[in-house]
Write a protein of this length. Structure first.
Length: 166
């Protein structure tokens, strides 16, 4: 009776899928040749060895940080999960050379929207690696994270994590 009077309470989904932000090969975070990522100092996640230089939104959400060097981007998903996508290793020293941002802080994004383009050849030449960690920086808000096994990825389509928020 009260449901009819006051309307049904809307359920907010606490489950979320994170899709591959890049074309390439998904590998465990532990295989990233940088202890900050491999030892999960910034959080848990996975990495992609990219086959092309396009980075797309892996979730629906908002751009919360875009580094001025455009080598990394932070997103907040609809469940509040925060993701850091760090393109390559030692790429901050490139000072933005070879990177082009297609979004800015505060932009709303949907899965598959182009975030950043980069020149993988230049990254190979000037940085230590093109491997791209995808890290959940606020994992404490999650009840569970199920990671996909190592596999080839199709950007914006291959599931890399299934998460459940608390």
């Amino acid at each position: 009776m009260f449901k009819k009077l006051f309307g049904k309470k809307e359920e907010i989904s606490r489950d979320e899928t994170v899709y591959a932000p890049m074309q390439g090969k998904l590998v465990p975070l532990e295989e990233v040749p940088d202890p900050v990522f491999s030892q999960k100092m910034m959080g848990d996640g996975a990495a992609i060895i990219p086959a092309e230089g396009k980075v797309v939104a892996p979730v629906n959400g908002e751009v919360i940080q875009l580094f001025h060097t455009k080598h990394a981007i932070g997103l907040r998903s609809e469940t509040g999960m925060e993701l850091l996508i760090h393109i390559g290793l030692e790429t901050v020293s490139m000072n933005g050379e070879g990177f082009e941002a297609h979004v800015k802080e505060g932009d709303k994004v949907s899965v598959g929207d182009l975030l950043i383009s980069c020149d993988l050849g230049l990254i190979n030449e000037k940085a230590s690696s093109t491997i791209t960690p995808i890290v959940i920086t606020n994992g404490d808000i999650l009840e569970s994270v199920e990671k996909a096994d190592a596999q080839e990825t199709d950007l914006g389509k291959t599931k890399i994590f299934e998460v459940k928020a608390k």
